[in-house]
Design a protein around this ligand. Structure first.
Ligand SMILES: [Zn+2]
Length: 490
């Protein structure tokens, strides 16, 4: 054997649209990597040619590497048989049906070739070089366009009888759910992978009804109302009942209403574009709308109920509590591994014994307690005890964080509700009444122009303030939902 110290392997990842390949050394370090397009449709040979050209490109970049290659590991879209290296019928690569991928690639490069499902390969990589290093048994889950899972036991991928063990993404959890790409209804993948999250967010937004922008509607209604006043004022001007300067002042105020509408339109469009970006949605902005009740709920539950709900639901806290449990179990294991049980034995003899030479029929009992000269588990016991303390501290910190999140968000909601209540109960109606009364008086010569203009602007300010308060209430409510960690508030 020569050059084992610098031998290399090739890792290849085949997807529906691309082939990624890398030169990897014995420590799992990637020396060089490339990406080329995959040919997924057409003849089986076209798909193979795309893979071979990817690997060739790698060697073209590193001419000396060709002689150092000891094997090729490939992950291909499933279902496949890792034992034989045959790709069965992947939906993403339809050109391969019962295609002996490992054998075909082996013929080209004359080195051993292994084919695995991509989640299994990722699980193995985590076990060797990643987050799962040092653990005997690991479960891996990768969430992206799909959900891929893998199990590694004692450093080996658990394939099961057919090679399809640990296909966790295709476990059905809702038999009435949407149909998955694999043909079954309600797989975890179709409910919880990336596209499903975006789909649920969209349908949630679509299912709630209300006008698109309260501010825009307000501005439009104000302008309509004001145009009627301008008509009346013109008539009064023509009749000699109103000075030119007063008519000018009334007409100039209209510019403010117009610019408010323009601002509202720009803000609405900007907000929609931001939301579309966050949802990673390519719907044209003009066809996209956000709806939902633009109102507030003034019956806020006591703070403790939100705190309790958060303790029950926050995923970070649940994880911290599980870590404590795990370290307690480890500690118990360490103690029981270190302790030795006394052994009991009893004997009976019919013949005379050494201890009792004259009497047959002797019954004896003995108890053995092994002497603990050196308890090899002392270190492990100490370590696991430290682990428990550390997890306990981490969980206390998380619990404090949960309370602080909930308390802050709760206070925001509470103060917004306190500010909104008088508007709903009093100010909104008052402002409307003042505007209508002053307008009526002005039209009939009973109020000055200044009174009239002030009443208009007061009314508009009250409306705007209410709309803005509602906006910050809804934001605070969203934060509280997030802090509690569940979609439904108590
Ligand atoms: Zn499925």
């Amino acid at each position: 054997m020569t050059e084992t110290h610098n031998s290399l392997v090739v890792g290849v990842d085949i997807g529906g649209t691309k082939v990624a390949a890398g030169l990897v050394d014995r420590n799992g370090e990637i020396k060089n990597q490339i990406r080329t397009p995959m040919v997924a449709h057409g003849e089986a040979g076209d798909g193979l040619a795309a893979v071979v050209s990817g690997i060739d490109l790698l060697f073209a970049n590193n001419p000396t590497a060709r002689t150092l290659i000891r094997g090729i590991g490939m992950c291909a879209p499933g279902p496949l048989d890792p034992a034989t290296g045959v790709v069965i019928n992947p939906p993403n690569v339809p050109c391969w049906r019962n295609f002996p991928l490992a054998d075909e690639v082996e013929k080209v490069y004359r080195v051993p070739v292994k084919v695995e499902n991509d989640a299994n390969a990722a699980a193995l990589a985590e076990a060797y070089w990643g987050a799962a290093r040092g653990y005997d048994h690991i479960f891996y889950a990768g969430i992206g366009t799909g959900i891929g899972t893998g199990i590694v036991c004692h450093g080996r991928i658990y394939n099961g009888r057919t090679g399809a063990a640990a296909e966790g993404g295709h476990m059905s959890i809702d038999y009435d759910g949407p149909r998955c790409g694999c043909g079954k209804p309600g797989c975890i993948e179709v409910l919880a992978a990336g596209p499903a999250i975006a789909r649920r967010a969209r349908s949630k937004l679509e299912s709630e009804q209300s006008p698109p922008s309260i501010i825009l509607d307000l501005a439009k209604a104000d302008l309509e109302y004001y145009d009627k006043i301008i008509d009346i004022s013109r008539a009064r001007f023509k009749a000699g009942d109103l000075a030119q300067i007063d008519l000018d002042r009334i007409e100039l105020l209209r510019v403010q209403y117009e610019s408010e509408i323009e601002n509202a339109i720009v803000n609405l469009r900007t907000a929609k574009i931001q939301l579309l970006q966050m949802l990673n949605d390519r719907t044209p902005v003009d066809q996209f709308d956000v709806t939902g009740p633009f109102d507030f709920n003034d019956s806020l539950e006591p703070l403790d109920r939100y705190r309790d709900a958060a303790l029950a639901a926050r995923p970070d806290l649940q994880a911290a509590l599980q870590t404590i449990q795990q370290s307690q179990t480890n500690h118990k294991l360490a103690i029981s591994n270190g302790s030795t049980d006394p052994t009991y034995s009893a004997w009976y003899t019919h013949n005379a014994s050494t201890n009792n030479p004259n009497g047959p029929q002797t019954l004896g009992v003995s108890v053995n307690i092994p002497l603990r000269i050196f308890d090899r588990n002392q270190g492990e016991k100490k370590r696991t005890q430290i682990d428990i303390d550390r997890s306990q501290q981490a969980s206390d910190a998380t619990r404090a964080q949960v309370f602080s999140d909930v308390d802050t968000a709760y206070e925001l909601v509470r103060s917004n509700v306190a500010l909104l209540k008088p508007y709903k109960e009093k100010y909104n109606d008052q402002a409307l009444r003042v505007r209508d009364t002053v307008t009526f008086a002005y039209e009939h010569g009973g109020a000055s122009l200044m009174d009239f203009l002030n009443a208009q602007s007061d009314y508009r300010q009250v409306q705007l303030a209410y709309a803005q308060l509602l906006g910050s209430y809804l934001t605070a409510e969203g934060q509280l939902t997030l802090a509690v960690g569940s979609e439904k508030l108590p």
